[in-house]
Every structure is written in structure tokens, then in C-alpha cells.
Design a binder for this molecule. Structure first.
Ligand code: SF4
Ligand code: SF4
Length: 377
């Protein structure tokens, strides 16, 4: 495993971070459960192979992720860094912040959280909730008491808000210590702010390092650029992320042991990109970008849709059509989706709820109309 300085937090972080939002689950008597045996095995494998950063949140995996992670790491809790998040709800007070924190500590079975995030901040939530509710002060107090070791934020907004949040917090006497944001080969919009944050001393982590799965197809791009043997686009995407000198860790949501093994292998590879290769890849980006005019990360924030349209699934099928060029395969997938009762744009109620919730600000209705039409032809 490769390690980096995690900003100026004084921590060394593994190049691969374990995202705990896709643990294997099952349903019984209408209740959701995490498959704890599998999770224990995945987490232990990651730990034994050098992963030291584990990121969860209260609502992941039907609100079971924190408890499952706490169970899985109990034998080596103090040898790893645990990250979790405080939901930012309208009208929150310091008391609410504290209660969220205490519930997370209980679920995780620990007396401290290493990186406690203000969750999915945007400028509006920062101004109207974090500042208005004195939550920065609540975080500083929790840190003083040793309940959290570092104050962090995760982010979904226009990149300029990153700078605003860091500077405004600093002016209120609170230092943000790490940043978790979207970054990958297909979406480099936060790149400049990642550099800014890292130079200010924040640890930086990318979520979605392989672009919501859309970079998983093999390609000869790397071979073309470097003259070296070809690598999979999956590996390329990881290496690109980690090749950014201002990015400390790539966080991957892992679903099974196979995925953990694959990710560990890529992030332990000592054939890191040279600065020149990284630059070259950046230029080649422009070519790849033309495939990503519909950049759905599969986050599912647009769900549930009142018309029960599985928007992320349809956009995923579109990726097979548009990015991988697997047109017949994609049309078959769409036929199968419809055969199983899947709803399409024809069922859309035009309510716009999905668009209000999409962190990528996608024009969902317009895209659904186009994509459903082409995939059903
Ligand atoms: S606009 Fe259509 S797709 Fe979006 S939430 Fe409403 S019904 Fe669903
Ligand atoms: S909210 Fe947007 S990015 Fe997330 S799954 Fe829905 S369409 Fe995709």
C-alpha cells in the first residue's frame, strides 16, 4: 500500500480509502440487514493489506453502515482512521450536532471519531445551517473534548464554494482539516480547489475515483499515450486520481471482497504516473469528456421518484450505449429493465423532484426523454 501525508493533519493516509456505503445487504421480514460476516472479511482484508482510512455515514446501507463498520474494526480500531458525517438539517442547533455525534460514536462503538465531516455541504447549507446554528463552534468544542480529532467537510456544490467554506470557517477561528469531494478522470471540476485546499494544509480525498463505474471498460488510451503495455480503464482512472500530487486518497465504495482485492492491488502499485504522464492524461481527457455529457454518478439522491422511474439505472444503461459503445447490449439491458416492470420517461409526472435533488444538476427529464427514446428504438 502507498501512503501519503494527509495534508497537515499529521496523519499518514493510505492511497486507497474504504467507502462503506455499498456493503453487501439482504432483506428479511421487510427489514434491511448488512451481511456482517462478509463485511468483517472485506474490512479485515483491507486493513491487513494496509488500508487505514474507513469512511461511513449515518444513513449509508439503510442506516446500518456505522454499526457494521464498528463491529468489523473492533480488534484494530486504534490502528485506523474512522471518518463519519454529521447530517446538516435545516434549523439545526449545537445540541443537534452533539446528538448526531454521540449517536455515531455509539453506533461505531468508539470513544472518538478521527475525521468528522459536515456532510454534503453547499454554500447555502453552510451559511443557513452551519454558521447560523453555531455548528463550527460545536465542532470545535467536540474536538477540544477529544470526541473528534479533526474537523472536515464533504462537498457537493460549485467548486468556488470550497474556498468560501474554508476561508469563512477560518475567519470564525475554526480550521477545516480535510475535504472530501468528487474527482475523477471524467470530472475534474474540483481540481483547482483540491490544490488550493491541500496547499492550505487540508487533507484531500476523492470520492468516485472511477467515475461512477463508467470508466470500467478496457481501452488502449494509456498505451497510446505512454507507449507502455495497455492497462484497464479502471486502473487508469485510479492511477489518474492518485497521480494528482494534491490529492491524498481515493475513496472507493466497495461491495465485495473481489473489489477490495482489486482496489488494494491498484493502490499498492509502485508504478505511479510520472508528472508528465499525468499531464498527458489530462490532455487526453478532452477526448474522453465528449462521452460524459450525461454524468450521472449513480448516487441515487434523485430516488425515490413518485413515478418509480429508476433514473440511475437508466442512465447506467445509457453509459453502456454511449461511453462503451455497447449499443446492442445496452438495448437488451433496457428491454430487460422494461420486461421486469421498470418505468420509463413515458411514466414521468413532470414534477421535477429529481432535478431539485441531483447534486450533478442534471437535466434529468430532458435526458430521460432522449435516452429512453434511443434505447427503445
Ligand atoms: S420529474 Fe419525472 S422522473 Fe423526475 S421525479 Fe418527477 S416523475 Fe420522476
Ligand atoms: S441524483 Fe443525479 S447523479 Fe445521482 S443518481 Fe440521480 S441522476 Fe444520477
Amino acid at each position: 500500500m502507498n501512503y501519503r501525508d494527509f495534508g497537515k493533519t499529521g496523519e499518514k493516509i493510505s492511497a486507497l480509502g474504504f467507502g462503506c456505503m455499498r456493503f453487501p445487504e439482504y432483506k428479511q421480514d421487510e427489514k434491511h440487514f448488512v451481511d456482517q460476516d462478509k463485511v468483517d472479511e472485506m474490512i479485515r482484508y483491507a486493513y491487513e493489506n494496509g488500508v487505514n482510512y474507513f469512511d461511513t455515514a449515518p444513513y449509508y446501507c439503510n442506516s446500518n453502515s456505522e454499526t457494521a463498520l464498528g463491529h468489523a474494526v473492533k480488534d484494530f480500531r486504534n490502528k485506523i482512521l474512522i471518518s463519519t458525517k454529521c447530517p446538516i438539517d435545516k434549523g439545526m442547533t449545537e445540541k443537534d450536532y452533539r446528538e448526531h455525534l454521540e449517536r455515531s460514536l455509539t453506533r461505531l462503538g468508539t470513544d472518538h471519531i478521527d475525521f468528522y465531516h459536515f456532510w454534503a455541504l453547499n454554500r447555502g447549507a453552510f451559511d443557513d445551517v452551519v454558521l447560523a446554528g453555531n455548528l463550527l463552534e460545536a465542532a470545535a468544542k467536540a474536538k477540544e473534548e477529544g470526541l473528534i480529532r479533526h474537523i472536515s467537510f464533504s462537498f457537493h456544490d460549485h467548486p468556488s464554494a470550497i474556498k468560501y467554506i474554508i476561508e469563512t470557517a477560518e475567519a470564525r477561528g475554526v480550521k477545516m482539516e480535510s475535504l472530501l469531494c468528487q474527482y475523477n478522470l471524467l470530472d475534474r471540476s474540483n481540481e483547482e480547489m483540491i490544490k488550493y485546499a491541500n496547499e492550505k494544509g487540508l487533507g484531500t480525498i476523492a470520492m468516485g475515483p472511477v467515475g461512477g463505474g463508467r470508466l470500467a471498460a478496457p481501452t488502449d488510451l494509456y498505451a497510446k499515450l505512454t507507449g507502455k503495455p495497455s492497462i484497464s480503464t479502471y486502473e487508469l482512472a485510479f492511477k489518474f486520481c492518485l497521480g494528482n500530487p494534491h490529492l491524498n486518497c481515493a475513496l472507493s465504495g466497495m461491495q465485495n471482497l473481489d473489489m477490495v482485492q482489486k482496489n488494494v492491488k491498484v493502490s499498492s502499485d509502485d508504478t505511479a504516473f510520472s508528472a508528465e504522464e499525468w499531464e498527458q492524461l489530462g490532455l487526453a481527457m478532452e477526448e474522453i469528456k465528449k462521452f460524459s455529457e450525461l454524468y450521472c454518478t449513480g448516487c441515487k439522491y434523485c430516488q425515490p421518484c413518485p413515478a418509480e422511474i429508476n433514473i440511475p439505472r437508466i442512465f447506467e444503461i445509457w453509459t453502456y450505449y454511449n461511453v462503451y459503445g455497447l449499443k446492442d447490449h445496452a438495448k437488451n439491458m433496457m428491454r430487460d429493465y422494461i420486461r421486469r416492470g421498470g418505468k420509463t420517461f413515458a411514466d414521468c409526472l413532470d414534477c421535477g423532484v429529481c432535478e431539485d435533488k441531483c447534486p450533478q444538476h442534471l437535466e434529468i427529464r430532458k435526458n430521460l426523454e432522449k435516452v429512453c427514446k434511443i434505447l427503445s428504438e
